[in-house]
Design a protein around this ligand. Structure first.
Ligand SMILES: CC(C)(COP(=O)(O)OP(=O)(O)OC[C@H]1O[C@@H](n2cnc3c(N)ncnc32)[C@H](O)[C@@H]1OP(=O)(O)O)[C@@H](O)C(=O)NCCC(=O)NCCS
Length: 202
């Protein structure tokens, strides 16, 4: 389909993107699929975009210079024990759905997460009735881990959400360290392995 070959540029969001964020979150599907409230304010978005934490990435997707979607990649916690985990939230402008914008944003986020931050666990929540988002997340390796009952209030009633995650194993270091203590450690390990082999050989 020709629409799949759109030139989609993904870049970091800037304060000047406040109007575009406002436009995205003013639409009903973007509100229904996220935790955003109706009647968003441009000024609030300008403030949010001016104050993004260093560990967070707020990305936007542009087509012909127009911002049509956004994705946030956030460190999951400030605890050192959760430094391997990050969370994702995203939205594409209602009139741009199903044209590959969400996939372009997810590809860019996974490149940062996998190849630069080395996040091993990516987490997100998605309403159980959000079929398009579920398709997209499954396509990129996210799996459902559980159901959060009455997770959020939406348009007059409570709605369940799935918690999903994408897990990746840590890449191996390619060069062994050459520090003295490591060399000594390796030598001790080799000797111990040799002794253990002798003991266990028939
Ligand atoms: C979820 C969302 C970000 C996807 O963005 P998008 O630009 O439409 O994503 P893409 O076009 O890259 O991919 C959408 C996929 O969903 C599929 N899809 C669309 N509607 C679907 C449906 N009703 N049932 C199943 N799959 C569906 C498309 O076919 C496509 O899959 P494919 O790439 O295998 O063809 C977008 O729908 C959105 O912003 N929704 C409102 C806000 C929201 O729900 N955010 C997610 C919060 S968890």
């Amino acid at each position: 389909m020709a629409t799949r070959r759109l030139a989609i540029k993904v870049r970091r969001a800037e304060p000047r993107d406040a109007e575009a964020m406002h436009a995205t979150f003013s639409a009903p599907n973007a509100q229904a699929g996220t935790l955003q409230m109706p009647l968003p304010s441009v000024e609030v978005w300008r403030k949010r975009l001016s104050d993004v934490a260093a560990t967070d990435y707020l990305l936007v997707a542009e087509v012909d210079g127009v911002v049509v979607g956004n994705l946030g990649l956030h460190a999951a916690s400030s605890s050192p024990r959760r430094k391997h985990a990050a969370s994702i939230g995203m939205s594409v402008r209602d009139d741009w759905h199903n044209r590959g914008v969400g996939s372009a944003l997810m590809n860019a986020a996974l490149d940062i997460a996998d190849n630069w931050h080395n996040y091993l666990r990516l987490e997100l929540t998605v309403y159980t009735d959000n079929a398009a988002a579920l398709t997209l997340y499954r396509k990129f390796g996210f799996e459902i881990e559980g159901t959060l009952k009455d997770y959020a209030f939406r348009d007059g009633r409570y709605i369940d959400a799935y918690t999903m995650a994408r897990l990746r194993s840590a890449p191996m270091a390619t060069r062994p360290s050459t520090t003295k203590s490591t060399k000594k450690g390796l030598e001790t390990h080799r000797k111990a392995t040799k002794t253990a082999r002798k003991r266990t050989s028939p």
